[in-house]
Ligand binder design. Structure first.
Ligand code: CA
Length: 559
């Protein structure tokens, strides 16, 4: 791997890309030959099939039909960095009008399948694109393939995403006779973890990276999910049913909506107002509009997050209550079985390797089991070091002039949003320690890494959701108002990488019923942390222009 991605190769590639760019005139177009490449020049990787797909609708192997696709060359192959490995990858190259840029897209949860929707997202926008199954074939909710196969775990953790980048660029070069001018990565959830791990472990692979709601602290994420599962289901009296979520959201929003200066159903900054769940305590018979005392405790536990019973530290922050009634959010993950499945798969297959049949979730404790999970052996390494993407030292990426955007909804129900703030603060601290100038650390960090905390937005992999301005070109959500750096996060990254235009703000849209065809309900300015959007105090607060980005508080919790 080192030889493939070493500095020398990077320089050579960059020079070659520059020469290729100069050789092309404006009228010239890159055509994909779409024949099997004779020599990929990537060790232990091979192409297994090549086919030309005409423009229009494409029915993918997952059974879903993707519309409005340009014609493309579909290249399938496998990479086998170890004898156990079998990383299935796909590369899609536009047949015409390739914009000469590569956008790799991430996987979801425990992977095992190709995310065809993400490939379609990239292809429609003119990129050559690629992704992989992360090294195994399985349902994305299933991690049983880990047991007895530590090399497959390493592939899922970080090796597959790096291998795919190397082999995809080789395929693109073989098909188009030129390497991409720029390489980008866009991933959500586990794909967001992949984005961060690329910046941390493989800083030479990509020019720009977007992480959407990264599940980056996976060993602790397991406890965050388990905390929800136990709060909800261990004691039947504590279970909060889906039918109560609208009342919980209404009560939480009523308590906190106005704190940001605009009564709009969106709590801009949950750090500034804590929901007092006890205010919903039933005074008479239980209804869907009130909570029993055990349910109040469950709600408080989910908002607090799991606490290490030995150290007293938060294992991971908790979840926010201001958009819990959003469809496909808490109803699926929290009051449904979602978190329980994710957590059980993690503990049974990755941390303890008992297998799911021998796993009892009520036996998980938040003391000794934390270290047991973090330090479970994986080959000559630990589980935590293998699968987590929390190294705050991004100097390699910064020095290589990489740019990274990360965003997460403040109401994300999968990844505790305050964790992402914690990581960004850790990067700032590492920049300060490295440069010996802590006072300038934030500015140094902002030069290559920006974080957008999006008010009122939930996890996007189930589609757009939440009362906030959630449409700005997210991978699984809705398009912004235009494919333009002002409204579209990927365009913002491109402008930063290619033209040096820093993403000072992105204007998000909230469509009526999250349906672009029904019109725009409002627009809102999204600001890079620690800035927050503040209404100027006059004008129509449904328009982003009446807001400005102002300095906001630092840290995941305000004390
Ligand atoms: Ca508000």
């Amino acid at each position: 791997m080192e030889g493939i991605m070493g500095e020398k190769n990077f320089v050579r590639r960059t020079l070659f890309a520059a020469a290729a760019a100069m050789a092309l005139t404006g009228a010239e177009r890159a055509h994909a030959a779409c024949v099997a490449p004779t020599d990929l020049d990537v060790p232990n990787a091979s192409v297994t099939s090549v086919e030309e797909i005409p423009a229009g609708s494409y029915r993918a192997p997952n059974g879903v039909t993707y519309d409005n696709l340009p014609g493309f060359c579909r290249v399938l192959g496998a990479a086998r960095p170890t004898s156990e490995s079998n990383i299935g990858f796909e590369v899609w190259i536009p047949s015409n009008n390739w914009k000469k840029r590569f956008l790799q897209v991430g996987t979801l949860i425990y992977a095992g399948a190709i995310e065809y929707g993400s490939l379609a997202f990239a292809l429609r926008r003119g990129y050559a694109t690629a992704t992989s199954n992360a090294g195994h074939v399985a349902d994305t909710f299933d991690a049983s393939w880990v047991i007895g196969h530590p090399q497959l775990l390493v592939d899922w953790a970080h090796r597959a995403v790096a291998q795919t980048a190397v082999v995809a660029r080789a395929v693109i070069k073989a098909e188009t006779h030129q390497p991409p001018l720029y390489s980008y990565f866009f991933g959500a959830s586990n794909g967001g973890r992949e984005a961060w791990i690329l910046a941390q472990r493989y800083p030479h692979l990509f020019d720009g990276v977007i992480a959407d709601a990264p599940t980056a602290y996976w060993t602790h994420q397991g406890f965050a999910w388990m905390n929800t599962q136990q709060a909800e289901f261990e004691d039947p009296r504590a279970t909060i049913v889906t039918a109560k979520l609208p009342a919980i959201q209404a009560a939480a929003v009523a308590q906190c909506d106005a704190v940001d200066g605009v009564v709009d159903g969106v709590v801009d900054d949950p750090r500034r107002c804590s929901f007092n769940a006890a205010a919903m305590l039933c005074t008479g018979p239980e209804t869907n509009s009130c909570l029993t005392a055990p349910q109040v405790k469950a709600m408080e536990r989910m908002m607090r997050g799991p606490i290490n019973t030995i150290t007293g530290a938060r294992i991971l922050p908790g979840y926010e209550p201001f958009a819990v009634a959003t469809s496909r959010s808490w109803d699926f993950w929290t009051t449904g079985a979602g978190h329980g499945v994710l957590a059980s798969q993690f503990f049974a297959n990755m941390a303890f390797q008992t297998g799911i049949a021998n796993f009892d979730y009520t036996k998980i404790n938040y003391g000794a089991d934390v270290a047991r999970a973090d330090f479970a052996p994986v080959l000559n390494d630990t589980l935590g070091h293998t699968i987590n993407a929390i190294d705050p030292d991004l100097h390699g990426f910064r020095n290589k002039r990489g740019k990274m955007i990360t965003y997460i909804g403040w109401e994300d129900e999968g990844v505790p949003p305050r964790f992402v703030v914690d990581y960004y603060e850790a990067v700032i601290a590492a920049m300060g320690a490295h440069s010996g100038a802590p006072h300038a650390a934030l500015e140094e960090t902002r030069k290559f890494f920006r974080l957008f905390m999006v008010p009122g937005m939930v996890h996007q992999t189930g589609g757009a959701g939440g009362p906030g301005a959630n449409a700005f070109g997210t991978l699984f959500g809705l398009p912004g108002l235009a494919i333009d750096r002002r409204y579209d996060v990927l365009s913002a990254l491109e402008a930063w990488v290619e033209r040096g235009i820093e993403p000072e703000r992105i204007i998000g849209a909230k469509y009526v019923n999250d349906a672009p065809t029904q019109g725009v309900a409002f627009t809102r300015m999204l600001c890079p942390y620690p800035q927050v959007a503040r209404w100027k105090g006059f004008g129509d607060n449904r328009r982003a222009e009446t807001f400005e980005c102002v300095h906001g508080p630092r840290g995941a919790y305000l004390q």
